[in-house]
Design a protein around this ligand. Sequence first.
Ligand code: PDD
Length: 292
Amino acid sequence: MSIIAYLNGKFIPAEEASISPLDRGMVFGDGVYEVIPVFNRKILYLEEHLDRLNQSLQGIRMTLPHTHAEWKSLLTTLVEENNLNHGGEHQWIYLQVTRGFQLVRDHQIPNNLTPTVFAISYPKILTSKEEQAQGIKVIATTDIRWKYCYIKTTARLAYTLMYQEAKDAGVDEAIIINNGYALEGTSSNFFMVRHGVISTPPKGPLLLSGITRDKILALAEKHKIPYRENKISERELLKADEIWITSSIRGIYPVVEFNGEPISNGKAGPFWSKMWDYYAEDITNLSLSVSN
Ligand code: PDD
């Protein structure tokens, strides 16, 4: 199975895509990215992802190399090409913009480089609600990141090291703790349910403003489920009735164990079940709508 990629204006088999080792993305981790879900061949929440891409680019002093309409056309072609190629109705797009090739390594940010634009879309196998209800286990980990975590930068070594801690501990995700407060997972946001109220940490520089997170808050509002955005300590998390992690790749996943302690009696909780249905309904409706 060959996967089609987009690189600087061309659609090519992924194995043929190559860039210079002197791209600043390689040398300095000087770039940003997005991961965007595709459901029934429909790109989900594209505007929101492009707005966040723009915010990340501004954060590293770059400008968007394409208009939203250009991105839409480019990514739609990518999804269709991959659908023809491997029949993937459901996919996930990885899209990356780095500052580009620079012959002589220089710490100063140059203003005359051509950005390297790369995108690829992989087939995605959907997991059923029953499978997801098995839940995942998580641990807490100490924050080792920089202070601009709202930028979705390709420089992700701190995240992969923290994730590896989780894997080494035999669990599926780590929740990042900074000064006693839980911020987010290594590639997800998290929610807590306690006494019938959903809560998640407020947006700020120390976490990524997840598109899935925002959708869940909007769904809570729409379905009149009480919710709050407030700081959550590691201690409070241990007392949670439910914990979920959320991302474009995983959707909404229940956490059944935190730091070795069962959460929600080690089972997916009723709030998770309700929200899972609301989210599934939202993405199904979006995929059926003519415009996106
Ligand atoms: N990451 N926080 C972090 C640190 C993340 O890396 C991600 C997603 C999220 C959730 O954001 P969203 O709901 O927009 O996917 C929160 C992607 C999936 C990744 O790096 O693979």
